[in-house]
Design a binder for this molecule. Structure first.
Ligand code: Z5A
Length: 203
């Protein structure tokens, strides 16, 4: 079976990753690759419904974690894996690294519990490469406040996002070869130059 690639964009909210997603997809498409742009939570009809709940409805951390993996299961089953099976490359805004960073780091949930759900929902499946946009949580907060009204995650405070950033740092330590860390404090064009360089050397 031809297998496409699975590429993820990660970072604390306000790090700037979404600004580059469509542009990045276009760079890959220009190389003749079929690219599917997706996101988590979301990316399938059911998962998008769960996303609305996750971003807006009050719930415990346990319920949040279970809903995230339920959404992920549906997204993988209906969108990601069928696309990859036909050879498409899936470019996804957030995936399981977000769960380790936000639910593990931010919410303080046990990492073993997340690992158990991960090994149930997608055993042996991980992104081929992850672009992690790194900015100081203080700069990210300034960008967020300029952008729009806060959802349930964006309304969290500076210490929450500092813990999320630490959660990402732990993910890099576990699997350094998978990550390309982007300095998100640079200008949009500088970030794109860095990404372009990586696309031409890595892919
Ligand atoms: N979540 C979770 O908890 N657990 C999980 O497992 C998963 C997700 C999968 C989804 O929110 C939320 O779900 C997320 C974590 C949680 N929430 N948080 N926080 P989302 O999808 O709505 O939002 P987001 O993923 O956090 O991304 P975003 O809002 O699209 O933000 P961003 O990608 O980090 O940044 P941006 O939109 O590209 O840029 C933010 C602003 O900065 C914007 O005004 C830009 O114009 C500006 N910007 C961007 N780059 C630059 C540069 N280089 N210079 C200056 N200004 C810039």
């Amino acid at each position: 079976m031809t297998r496409g690639r699975f590429i993820t964009f990660e970072g604390i909210d306000g790090a700037g990753k979404s600004t580059h997603l469509e542009w990045f997809a276009a760079q890959l498409a220009a190389r003749g690759v079929e690219v599917l742009l997706s996101r988590e939570p979301g990316g399938s009809e059911l998962a998008e419904t769960l996303r609305t709940l996750l971003l807006g409805a009050a719930m415990s951390s346990e319920t949040e974690l279970l809903l995230i993996f339920a959404a992920r299961h549906d997204h993988l089953e209906r969108t990601v894996l069928p696309a990859m099976a036909r050879g498409a490359w899936v470019l996804c805004d957030r995936f399981t690294d977000s769960t380790y960073a936000y639910q593990g780091g931010g919410r303080g949930m046990a990492l073993e519990r997340i690992a158990t759900l991960e090994s149930w929902v997608h055993p042996g499946f991980a992104p081929d490469r992850t672009y992690l946009f790194h900015v100081d949580p203080a700069l990210a907060a300034t960008r967020r406040s300029r952008a729009r009204a806060a959802d349930r995650f964006e309304a969290e405070d500076f210490t929450f996002f500092s813990r999320v950033a630490e959660g990402y740092a732990r993910r890099i330590a576990v699997d350094p070869g998978r990550f390309f860390v982007v300095d998100g404090t640079q200008s949009v064009s500088e970030v794109r130059a860095e990404l372009e360089q990586d696309i031409s050397t890595y892919w």
